[in-house]
Design a protein around this ligand. Structure first.
Ligand code: PHE
Ligand code: ZN
Length: 856
């Protein structure tokens, strides 16, 4: 493997030069785009150090200082830098480069795909457009002039406000944009193409009218409406909750089909993966609608948390991401059921973030060492980062938290700052000591709370003892005790009100004593998942049944059910013949019968996922785990067959609605279908649902259970689905995914064949993830097949993606590097594939970093 050296947080130094303005002229062309970049550069302090600009994958055409061309005796060019020496205190630097957008399959920098030119600069893509100080603490005011063919590219977009436009010779035209807010280059954006435009306006509290423009592929206008409504809801919410108003006169969103991530918060010009913009009743599921709204909100919220106040360096990524995820989660919770929203967040943390913490890429939410920044857009930085913000919210309370946010903007608007600055604002505004709490930023790994208790009926006292325990992480970091907020409730069956509140665990072991407890209580802990930790307390089935019904925290009611299921799944892994108690079924029967809302009931009925269980069991045999889950599911299905069928039928309606209740009904109906699909009669039921479906949620649920149970109708419904939806990229992604989930020993052959399908293209990240990713992440049975055919398949795809799109490759390698969760046999097979990858020629920095970590 090639050597790449990591960068360290501790090595941070302020930049030697500032760049105050950037004037770009970009003449778009498929293979030879010319970028002229005129910068005002100012030396910081007195020194004679060279100006070292970042730049990659482009051709340098010329360098001018104060309008005079300099030659290569005055500058030095390397693979990744341009160094210029002997510079005055302040000067105009003009750099011209040539780039090739069509050849750019990595989708970083300026690229052309599906007839659209677009840019992606976060984290370090701007250096593929021009030579620059590509670091977030260099903030400049940008003016961008775009020149392109008028017929093919009627829309030329960049950040800020449009200041000029006009026609040129040869059917060319130009548009000039000016963004008055100084920003780091990662927020720069440019888009050129031919779109349909959905326009609207939003009037801010202070009465300014903002133009809202949503650009979608021709013919897709109606599919953009939900995104537009979501944007307006987000704008209103941020004003109401945080007094944060939008600041430019125009807010643009462009949907593109080729995008490495979900979306990007470029100032005034968000670029979105079309998956998180386009949605209509027939082609999008209820989850899709939810996700579009959440991602629209997330990017919008970045305008303050990320853009107005940005990161000093990339190690501080969680400053903007953890905070913005927290904000979008709060928004979603306000728009929908807060408990169900919280459950969705927590499932991701437990199934995937915990796995990351337990794997070779374990890192704190503020990493200390990075080789390829793109590898750190992780569940840890985003989701655990959000949990850390949430804990501050829990510890300080809503009012003090909001005062902290206000102080943060008072102090830092227009600056590039650190996580320490954020915590300082929180601490100062609330007059709370957060020094121990801050360790959450520097410590990796998932803490475990070991809880024991003791009740003394003579004195009516109850003692709760909590020990913090830290499993060794891959980075071998030494652990300190954290400040962990623990929501608790003591459930008693006497008539006294339950005691409850917030415990602050700060020491290795701490005991709390409660008086006036008249009967032995049952502790309900970590209500609403008050900290991202594992909990170890010996609840018996009876306890869990009690919690499922009596815990006042809805999240805890759900969680008790999950614990009950998880306990049996663990036992079934070792003993598939285990006699399961009818009690499990009766607990669920109660769930079905009670009058909670159906979305919540649906969550209560869903078993813990393979990933969540794998994160909770050491060195598990993947096949045994899949079977254990299936046995439990089959048992529940048989016991509650009548109730499931009844519920299912009662929820089948011919009208389609999209309000919260209708969504909850569909969720519950499809969970019932999922259980019923394990029983006799499944084929007819599923076929029926498929045929009758008048919305994507139901249609997709039907083909999914057909795949998961390899039902007789599987091939037919898949063919029919593909015929109905061919050409609809987003729906065909779903079809590819269902193929990858097929529970059949020939699935590797099937998906290998699909690589040649006319609608498949490995260059498109959504497609690659839909087929290859879905197989590796979610077809646990056949990905982990003991003949290693699943691993081998992934290896072959990664070898291709390594050169086509390293970022996508680096995401899809995740299931292979997390081999530690599995038994030795599987570990060896997985490592074998990783070894093969290390031998590839021109291995990307992205993969090298992960392979190094995994094989170390
Ligand atoms: N900053 C984007 C977000 O969280 C994510 C992103 C990162 C997109 C890197 C593209 C590249 O909203
Ligand atoms: Zn973000």
């Amino acid at each position: 493997m090639t050597e790449f050296s990591p960068r360290y947080l501790k090595d941070y130094q302020v930049p030697d030069y500032k760049i105050s303005t950037v004037d770009l002229t970009i003449e778009l062309d498929d293979n030879k785009t010319i970028v002229t970049n005129v910068m005002n550069v100012i030396k910081s302090g007195e020194h004679q150090r060279a100006l070292v600009l970042d730049g990659e994958h482009m051709q340098l055409k010329s360098v001018l200082i104060n309008q005079t061309q300099i030659d290569s005796s005055q500058y030095q060019l390397s693979d990744s830098t341009l160094s210029i020496t002997n510079l005055p205190e302040q000067f105009t630097l003009t750099i011209t480069t040539e780039i090739n957008p069509v050849a750019n399959t990595a989708l970083e920098g300026l690229y052309k795909s599906a007839d659209v030119y677009c840019t992606q600069c976060e984290a370090e893509g701007f250096r593929r457009i021009t030579y620059f100080l590509d670091r977030p603490d260099v903030m400049a005011v940008y003016t961008t002039k775009i020149i392109a063919d008028k017929t093919s590219f009627p829309f030329l977009l960049a950040n800020g406000n449009k200041v000029e436009q006009g026609n040129l010779a040869n059917n060319l035209h130009y548009v000039t944009w000016h963004d008055p807010f100084p920003k780091p280059c990662y927020l720069f954006a440019l888009v050129a193409g031919n779109f349909d435009l959905l326009s609207d306006t939003f009037t801010t509290t202070s009465g300014r009218e903002v133009k809202l423009e949503l650009f979608v592929d021709k013919g897709n206008l109606s599919r953009g409406e939900h995104a537009m409504v979501s944007l307006k809801k987000s704008m209103l919410w941020d004003e109401q909750q945080f007094n944060l108003e939008y600041d430019l006169d125009i807010y643009m969103i462009v949907a593109v089909d080729f995008f490495n991530m979900g979306a990007m918060e470029n100032k005034g010009l968000n670029v979105f993966n079309s998956k998180f913009v386009l949605a209509d009743d027939l082609s999008a599921t209820d989850d899709d609608f939810f996700n579009v709204e959440a991602v629209i909100a997330h990017e919008y919220f970045h305008n303050w948390t990320g853009n107005r106040v940005t990161c000093r360096d990339w190690f501080q990524l969680s400053l903007k991401e953890g905070l913005t995820v927290f904000r979008d989660q709060q928004f979603s919770a306000d728009m929908h059921s807060s408990t169900v929203t919280r459950i969705k967040n927590v499932k991701i943390v437990r199934a995937q973030q915990f796995a990351e913490d337990a794997g070779p890429m374990a890192h704190p939410i503020r990493p200390e060492k990075v080789m390829e920044m793109n590898n750190f857009y992780t569940l840890t930085v985003y989701e655990k980062g959000s949990e850390v913000i949430r804990m501050m919210h829990t510890i300080l309370g809503d009012d003090a938290f909001k005062a902290g946010i206000e102080l943060y903007f008072d102090r830092h608007d227009g600056q590039a700052v650190t996580c320490d600055d954020f915590v300082a604002a929180m601490s100062d505004a609330s007059k709370t000591d957060l020094s121990q709490f801050k360790l959450w930023y520097s410590q990796s790994g998932t803490p475990e709370l070991i809880v024991s208790d003791d009740y003394n009926s003579a004195t009516n006292t109850y003692q709760l003892t909590i020990e913090q325990s830290y499993p060794q992480t891959h980075d071998k970091q030494e652990k300190q005790n954290l400040h962990i907020p623990i929501n608790f409730e003591l459930i008693t069956n006497d008539n006294e009100p339950n005691q409850g509140g917030l415990l602050h665990s700060k020491e290795k072991t701490q005991t709390w004593t409660f008086d006036n407890v008249c009967s032995k209580p049952l502790p309900a802990l970590l209500g609403n998942f008050s900290a991202p930790v594992k909990l170890n307390y010996h609840y018996n089935d009876q306890d869990l049944n009690t919690l499922m019904v009596d815990a006042s925290d809805e999240f805890n009611r759900w969680d008790a059910g999950q614990k009950l299921f998880a306990g049996y799944i663990k036992q079934l892994v070792n003993n598939p013949e285990l006699d399961l108690p009818l009690q499990i079924a009766s607990a669920l029967e109660q769930v079905l019968a009670c009058n909670a809302d159906n979305a919540f009931k649906a969550e209560q009925l869903i078993l813990p996922s393979f990933d969540e269980m794998a994160a909770a069991i050491v060195e598990v045999n993947p096949g045994s785990l899949v079977r254990a889950i299936t046995v439990l599911k089959g048992f529940i299905a048989e016991q509650l067959q009548v109730q499931f069928l009844q519920t299912y039928q009662s929820l089948c309606t011919s009208e389609f609605a999209k309000d919260g209740q209708a969504i909850g009904n569909r969720a519950l109906k499809n969970v019932c279908l999922d259980y019923l699909s394990l029983l006799d009669g499944a084929n007819a039921l599923v076929l029926n649902q498929f045929t009758d479906a008048n919305n994507m949620t139901d249609q997709l649920a039907a083909i999914k259970v057909a795949a998961l149970n390899d039902l007789a109708c599987f091939e037919d419904v898949m063919t029919e689905f593909a015929t109905q939806w061919q050409g609809n990229t987003l729906v065909m992604d779903k079809w590819f995914t269902i193929n990858a989930l097929h529970n059949n020993e020939n699935v590797v052959q099937r998906i290998t064949g699909l690589l040649e399908h006319p609608e498949f293209s490995i260059d498109n990240p959504n497609r690659a993830r839909a087929l290859i990713g879905a197989f590796a992440f979610y077809n646990s049975e056949y990905f982990h097949n003991k003949d290693a055919s699943g691993y081998e398949f992934l290896f072959e795809q990664l070898a291709k993606l390594n050169t086509i799109n390293p970022q996508v490759a680096s995401r899809l390698i995740t299931p292979l590097i997390q081999f530690k969760s599995f038994d030795n046999n599987h570990q060896q097979l997985m490592k074998g594939q990783l070894q093969k990858l290390t031998k590839l020629e021109s291995l990307s920095r992205d993969l090298i970093e992960k392979l190094d970590a995994a094989l170390k």
